[in-house]
Write a protein that binds this ligand. Structure first.
Ligand code: GZL
Length: 337
């Protein structure tokens, strides 16, 4: 549906809502016309592609880098007006944001879903409104693939498999593994957990001695590590499902004179800048990349759709891993996050 058709639809909805809204609209027009601030010429505003982006939150270095990438991609200079919503890690806030985007008749909805379940109802509303939905980063679980146009993100099960293969090749068993998980029910947590649990099944001298959700948050990672130390659980490997939880683990270990990366091996995910510095310093033994720079990727998908093309339904990002053998300061400074 074109933007002017949407405008008519929105106007109809507006007019149907009675005289109150009409007088409110007249008040708003008066208010805007009396503002002295220079307004962009209507022709420019009208030609911008309006994108409503529902972001998970700001829980990690990864998430913040993802937000910056999206904001930079959907700039006015690039021909977009971005309506950004930070859901503060609450699915209900994401659902509300999507409904607001529908009411504003945006041209595209981009959703970074905090969890896999619970999207069918609101995405059905978006479909009924004729607004294409692009899913970015994590996956959703739905029986109706027509509820979203396309998806771009990481294969987190593959990330877990990369970590397990590295552990098999570089760590000598028996391994007593502490497992700190991300948001339970997110595809990022599910994939990395599945990878580790398959590794434990395949290696008889590996044992999961502790498993708990740290929600991808540094403070929770530190809290869980303190709990493990207080319980005097015997461990020699920590598998943290993101860098921020690994930062918290390292703080707790060092507060107890335990040398991270040596007294206990640390496996992490994301490969954020600060974490790669910790790989260089030997405090993190392996960091599996999960690339957050999705802004240009999502913009490319939208531009295909604007040209009337049909993008791939699923686009996976190529990712690598970093350890002491393949990481340099130059690589760290050359990376975008
Ligand atoms: C991964 C992404 C995860 C990161 C965390 O695709 O969803 O969420 O690994 C982030 O750092 O919080």
């Amino acid at each position: 549906m074109r933007r002017n058709q949407k405008f008519n639809l929105t106007l109809k909805r507006f007019m149907d809502r009675g005289p109150f809204l009409i007088s409110y609209l007249l008040f708003l027009i008066f208010l805007i016309s009396s503002c002295s601030a220079p307004q962009k010429p209507a022709s420019v505003e009208n030609d911008l592609i309006v994108v409503g982006f529902s972001q998970v939150g700001s829980e990690s270095d990864w998430r913040n880098a993802n937000t910056v990438s999206m904001v930079e991609a959907f700039s006015v200079e690039n021909g977009y007006r971005l309506i950004f919503d930070d859901a503060q890690q609450k699915q209900e806030k994401q659902i509300t944001a999507i409904r607001n985007f529908i009411n504003q008749a945006v041209d595209y909805i981009v959703l970074a879903p905090i969890t896999m379940e619970g999207w069918d109802t609101v995405l059905t509303e978006a479909k009924a409104a004729g607004i294409p939905v692009i899913i970015v980063d994590r996956m959703i679980d739905t029986d109706d693939p027509d509820l979203f146009t396309c998806w771009v993100g990481s294969d987190t099960r593959r990330e877990g498999d990369i970590a397990v293969k590295w552990m098999e090749e570089n760590l000598t068993g028996p391994l007593n593994i502490v497992h700190l998980q991300g948001n339970i029910g997110s595809s990022a947590q599910a994939g990395r957990t599945e990878g580790l649990e398959a590794g434990v099944q395949a290696n008889p001298d590996w044992e999961l001695v502790y498993q708990a959700p740290g929600d991808f948050v540094q403070a929770k990672g530190q809290e869980l590590m303190e709990d493990i130390l207080a319980k005097e659980i015997d461990f020699n490997v920590i598998y943290a499902e993101n860098d921020n939880m690994a930062y918290g683990v390292i703080e707790a270990l060092e507060a107890h004179d335990i040398v991270p990366g040596k007294d206990a091996s640390i496996i992490s995910f994301d490969a954020a800048h600060d974490a790669l510095q910790l790989v260089l310093s030997g405090k993190i033994n392996l960091d599996v990349e999960c690339n957050p720079l999705h802004g240009p990727r999502v913009r490319s998908l939208i531009e295909q759709l604007e040209r009337g093309e049909t993008p791939e339904k699923f686009t996976y990002v190529d990712e690598v891993f970093f350890d002491a053998t393949n990481l340099t300061e130059e690589i760290i400074t050359s990376r975008g996050y």
